[in-house]
Unconditional design. Structure first.
Length: 114
């Protein structure tokens, strides 16, 4: 399995997990010229932009460690465009990270702020 297939599988697992947590999936794989947002969801009043990180081991650290400052800025810029394009600018937002590991899914709510 290549990295793209692994990432897609991780996103599928994360989306199902989020739905079980009560999130409403609004869009997956939103692309803009800054980059990509894996999942856009609604959790209560919040529009949530979710970064999914899937790994098969901790050999290169915890998945959340891959969401560094640069990646966070990419997500924030894409989120601004998504909010504007969907008439949601000004809505309360949150940035979550979902870690997908073999036999474990971890949701980090409000993982970073802009």
């Amino acid at each position: 399995m290549n990295k793209r297939q692994q990432g897609g599988m991780g996103e599928d697992i994360a989306a199902k997990y989020l739905q079980k947590q009560g999130y409403k999936i609004m869009q997956r794989n939103y692309f803009c010229h800054f980059g990509e947002i894996d999942i856009v969801a609604q959790d209560g009043a919040y529009i949530v932009f979710v970064e999914v990180k899937a790994r098969t081991s901790y050999a290169f650290g915890a998945p959340r460690e891959a969401v560094d400052w640069r990646k966070q800025q990419t997500i924030v810029q894409c989120a601004k465009l998504w909010l504007t394009a969907n008439g949601k600018y000004g809505a309360p937002v949150r940035f979550d990270v979902v870690e997908v590991m073999p036999e474990q899914v971890t949701l980090l709510r409000d993982a970073f702020r802009c």
